[in-house]
Design a protein around this ligand. Structure first.
Ligand code: F6R
Length: 248
């Protein structure tokens, strides 16, 4: 069976970032009021730098766009330096002409995680749904904070972070994994699959095995990214290292 997704492979991470930034700029030209779903992590750093470069050159316009980020730590305020809200401000929002009122984010300081999840789902609905969801992927196949498990949550929910996930986020908290919050809020798999189109980006050798399983394996809650096979409009953009285990 041919893979259900469209796969594009570029020589390196910089070329991947250029391609994805160009696609986002094109989508914004076609639909200025685009509703964009965004990830954090190391992978999108080059993308955000490229979008900042395009913005400085006047080649991308976020003025009518709305963004929803995938996830946020729970138990810290949005203004905390380690929050994903702060990450996005530093790497993207400070560098593009987005209207702050249209930046939507899970609030890690919300008193009730359940209420915050419902609020976020409603906000996505009221914005008309996500047009274009950009995703990274964890080396264990996680998407957002939807970690491999016996069962997955459909909608935005509270997650207890695994020790390895806290370790991989330690950089945001002065290098100390113990300082990383133990819980997070994340869009669920159904929230993600509701997006009209999805672009998953993966770079580096560390992602090669999960990319191969995502493309050729069966759908399993043990590889949350495999649920993307149920979506009809998924692009996977890879560098050669992340594509190295694919036989296309
Ligand atoms: C973060 C997110 C995560 C990351 C994944 C990969 O918002 O959605 O699923 O995409 O952990 O992270 P990096 O890019 O650091 O390898």
């Amino acid at each position: 069976m041919p893979p259900a997704h469209r796969i594009s492979i570029f020589p390196g991470a910089q070329a991947v970032a250029r391609e994805l930034a160009a696609r986002i700029a094109h989508s914004l030209r076609k639909k200025p009021a685009l509703v964009l779903g965004l990830p954090t992590g190391r992978t999108p750093l080059l993308l955000y730098a490229e979008l900042a470069r395009l913005a400085a050159a006047g080649a991308v316009d976020f003025s009518a766009a709305t963004t929803f980020n995938l996830d946020e730590f729970y138990g810290i305020s949005p203004s905390h330096r380690g929050s994903y809200r702060s990450f996005m401000q530093r790497y993207l929002f400070d560098h593009v002409n987005i209207d702050g009122d249209r930046v939507q984010f899970l609030d890690g300081s919300a008193a009730s995680a359940a209420d915050e999840g419902c609020r976020y789902e409603k906000a996505i609905d009221e914005a008309g749904g996500i047009d274009l969801q950009i995703l990274g992927i964890g080396s264990n196949g996680h998407i957002g904070f939807n970690e491999p498990a016996a069962a997955l949550e459909a909608r935005t929910h509270l997650v207890t972070l695994k020790p390895e996930t806290r370790r991989s986020n330690a950089e945001l908290f002065g290098g100390d994994p113990e300082a990383v919050p133990t819980q997070a809020l994340s869009m669920g798999m159904a929230t993600i699959l509701d997006a009209r189109s999805i672009v998953l980006v993966a770079t580096g050798e560390r992602k090669a095995a999960c990319v191969e399983k995502l493309v050729t394996g069966s759908i399993s809650t043990q590889l949350p990214a495999s649920f993307l096979q149920l979506h009809g409009d998924v692009d996977i953009i890879l560098d050669e290292a992340a594509a190295s285990k694919l036989t296309l």
